[in-house]
Structure formats: C-alpha cells, structure tokens
Design a protein around this ligand. Structure first.
Ligand code: ZN
Length: 303
C-alpha cells in the first residue's frame, strides 16, 4: 500500500499537525482514514492517503455518480434534478461575474461533460479536462465533446481562458500547488477562477461529525473552510472576491450522511436535515454545505 504522509501543513507549511477526526470510507472500501489539523492555520486534510498508483480503486464503484451517470434510486434521481437546476445557476453566475454573455472556459474535472456541453450551447468556447477515461468516452458519445485527459495542460496557451472552473474537484487534487500554478498560467489576467468545494464548517458538517458524507475519505484530500481558500488563493496570487452558498448540497449530503450512520428512513431524515440546514443558514452563507468561491487576480502578490 503506497500512502502519502504529510509531515507539515500543505497550506501554510507549519510542522505542527495533529489528528483531528477518524472517518470511514463508507462508499467503497470500508477502510478508515484520519483527518489531521494544522495547529498553526487550522487547515484540515486527509492523512496517509493512497498515492496515484492506489487511489484508482477507491473510485471503482458502479455508482460513483459523477462518473457513471447512473439514474437508479431516489438519491440519484435527486442528484440529477439538482444538477439540472444547478447548470442554469452556474451559467448565470459566470456570465454575471465576467460581465459578458460569452467567453472561453476551461472546466477541470468535468466528469461526464454536462457543464461544458451546457455552456457550449449558450455560445461559450469550451475546453474540458477529466482524468477518468470512461467519463471522457461518455462525453464524446453523448455530447460530441473532446474532453482532454488530466495531463493535457500543455495543449493550451498562456492566458487563453476567461474562466477556469473546478466544480467539486479541488478537494480531490493530489498536487494542489502544482494545479494552481498551471491554472494561473492558463487564465487571462482579468479572468476568473471559480471553485466549488464542501465546507467543513457547514451546518451539516457539524451535525454529522465523522459521518458527514462530504469528508468522503480518501477521495477528498483537502477539507476547506472559507479562511483556507482565502489563504490558498493568496499564496498563488489570487483573491477571493465572492463566496456563494450552495444550499441544495445539504439535502444530498445529509441523506448520504444518514445512510452512513445507519439511520432508519435515511432519505426522509436527510431531506428534513437539508431543510433545517436551509433554515438555519438563512443570511449565513458560511454555514452552507458547499461554497462556491469566485476569485480574481490579487494585487501583485504573486508567490
Ligand atoms: Zn497550516
């Protein structure tokens, strides 16, 4: 077993890191993994995670939804409905923030290609990247999209993209700093970086503790809170311009969390929890299950 052990904080490099929580991989392996916290900056990350030669098998399940496009069951039906709603929201967000109706877009970790396809139909010039060959084949067959594998960074020119998006992808990226460097290179100076990730300080994260489905170990390596994303952005010459809630995520995450703690009636309980999350976080976007960060270049603070 090839595991990556982080002796220092991947965000601020402090050497004082300590165990914070032990979580189970409920989805695939049933193995347990420890989350560590940095004593300096508070960042939380998965410790001793499988390296790139091993991680593949932790994604290897017929219903890892973002990859398989399965429509079985209540949860998957809900997921697909949420995705349809969200495609429109994402498009409007990008067009509002860019102050334009069209642009060039790179979607990293695009999965089965729904988002770039949707944007293409709206008149955007799109490129997309995805590690999983089956998902790339799906995007080609279903949408006629040429999705590039995850080593295709050199295919694109410096500053080529007005917008780079990572929807629930950054928490999976093993080489975080390297990815940011490449993304910075490809984004126009006045471009946007839009990143959606789970929020470890959300209402549902606090409610479910170790059973919170969005820990999703060992697939999720980094567990962001708003202050972590601000620090990471600053480190790479960006600044967080807006933080937007994603309240629909609380329903899905809560249903999965109820399942993981073996609740009776997990769907009903999860829906109720999602509703409570929505009510409890009115006016408090920082309590949202997931957050979307809109980032622009910082002021000469490139480092
Ligand atoms: Zn730190």
């Amino acid at each position: 077993m090839n595991r990556i052990t982080l002796k220092s904080c991947p965000l601020c490099s402090a050497a004082q890191v300590e165990p914070a929580l032990t979580c189970m991989d409920h989805y695939v392996s049933g193995e347990t993994f420890r989350l560590f916290r940095c004593r300096e900056c508070g960042f939380v990350f998965t410790q001793d995670f499988p390296d790139e030669t091993e991680i593949g098998r932790y994604y290897d399940t017929p219903d890892y939804i973002s990859h398989s496009d399965s429509r079985r069951g209540v949860v998957n039906t809900l997921y697909h409905w949420v995705r349809a709603v969200r495609l429109g929201q994402k498009a409007r967000l990008l067009e509002r923030e860019l102050h334009r109706k069209r642009g060039t877009l790179l979607d990293i970790g695009t999965g089965t290609g729904y988002f770039p396809h949707f944007m293409k139909l709206r008149g955007w010039r799109v490129e997309a990247m995805e590690k999983d060959a089956r998902s790339r084949a799906f995007a080609r067959a279903r949408f006629g999209l040429e999705v590039r594998p995850d080593d295709a960074w050199d295919k694109w020119a410096e500053g080529q993209f007005d917008v780079v998006t990572l929807w629930h992808v950054m928490e999976h990226l093993q080489h975080l700093d390297e990815a940011w460097t490449r993304i910075s290179h490809l984004t126009a100076m006045d471009g946007l970086l839009v990143v959606a990730v789970p929020n470890r300080l959300s209402w549902d994260a606090r409610r479910y503790g170790a059973h919170w489905a969005a820990w999703d170990v060992p697939r999720h390596l980094w567990h962001f809170a708003p202050q972590d994303m601000e620090r990471l952005a600053r480190k790479h010459g960006w600044r967080v311009d807006a933080v937007l809630p994603m309240p629909l995520d609380a329903y899905y995450v809560s249903i999965m969390s109820e399942r993981y703690r073996h609740a009776k009636w997990p769907v009903a309980k999860g829906m109720l929890a999602g509703l409570r999350a929505a009510l409890c976080t009115v006016g408090k976007p920082e309590g949202s299950s997931s957050l979307t960060y809109v980032m622009r270049r910082g002021d000469g603070n490139v480092g």
